[in-house]
Design a protein around this ligand. Sequence first.
Ligand SMILES: NC(=O)c1ccc[n+]([C@@H]2O[C@H](COP(=O)([O-])OP(=O)(O)OC[C@H]3O[C@@H](n4cnc5c(N)ncnc54)[C@H](O)[C@@H]3O)[C@@H](O)[C@H]2O)c1
Length: 318
Amino acid sequence: MSYKVVIAKGVSEVGKAYLLERNYTVIADATPERIRDEIKTCDAILARTEVYTPEMLEEANHLKVIAKNGVGYDNFPLEKATERGIYITNAPHSNAVSVAEHTLSLMMALAKNLLISHSNLQIGNFDVRNQIVNCELEGKVLGIIGYGRIGSILANKASNALNMNVICYDPYVNPKAVIPEVKVINQLERVLSRSDFISLHLPLTNETKGLISGRELSVMKKTSFLLNAGRGGLVNEADLFFALKEKIIAGAAIDVFEEEPPAPDHPLLSLDNILVTPHSAALTVEAKDRMALHAAIGIDEVLSGRQPSWPVNQPDLS
Ligand SMILES: NC(=O)c1ccc[n+]([C@@H]2O[C@H](COP(=O)([O-])OP(=O)(O)OC[C@H]3O[C@@H](n4cnc5c(N)ncnc54)[C@H](O)[C@@H]3O)[C@@H](O)[C@H]2O)c1
């Protein structure tokens, strides 16, 4: 009897093909409701951002691995998985370039007022060109919070391709891993107060939840912009709404929300100094294929009794 693997809806076909070639029984395109049913009998799940609760894992008597089609794993109850002997794996080398490029696109769009120009021109207001003030990125300060895979690629592109001055805050970074063009600063507030653009590229944990709240927003320059393609919970959304409405900062671009999808009447969506995308920073053709392949490799490794290449926990299998 072959192992049963459930694949969440929206995962690239590459993951399914990899698992079928290895003779797994595959249930593809599973909705969160279907996953909730199948979790009781399946051996592995190739998951996206749907939320898994400790109670769901309590019922999962055959489950050996949940592989994340991506990087962030804050939607899994890690402790419960470890206690139940379930591996959580992810795909850390799959989408960093895509997210860094997306962040650069958001930054460009803010600096050049692309969204407001486009929507005004659509309603015939050519004179918007006299109402907006665009700026260059060259020479501006980019403050990167979290100098990991994504943060470091962004730093490289921003300093070497755009001639921006890049500074970063990351208490865990190995200074030897930082390129010479980037200055590491050990105090978050100093990075916030010096930067024209702040970009968040760190995981959501108990330590980082609400990292950017009212106090942090108040030390940023009035002319500065906040970019968040990390995780929604890193920013206190009510405080960000206040800061944007009261022009404490100039604007923001957000790919991720505390709750996804955000309600249509979410206050942040009503502002004209914010640019939003639907958690799509990693959703390029290239990264989608890589995420699915790397997650499927994690599943095959665990189910065939090997140590997974990208584990995020170490379950007790004794
Ligand atoms: N929008 C998207 O679609 C998307 C896609 C991929 C990843 N992400 C998010 O981006 C995050 C970063 O991804 P990555 O691949 O670069 O991860 P990474 O693990 O390579 O880098 C994270 C960095 O954050 C640093 N960090 C941890 N705690 C910190 C703190 N308190 N202050 C400052 N820095 C801190 C770490 O030292 C590390 O260098 C992920 O955790 C994920 O949540 C979002």
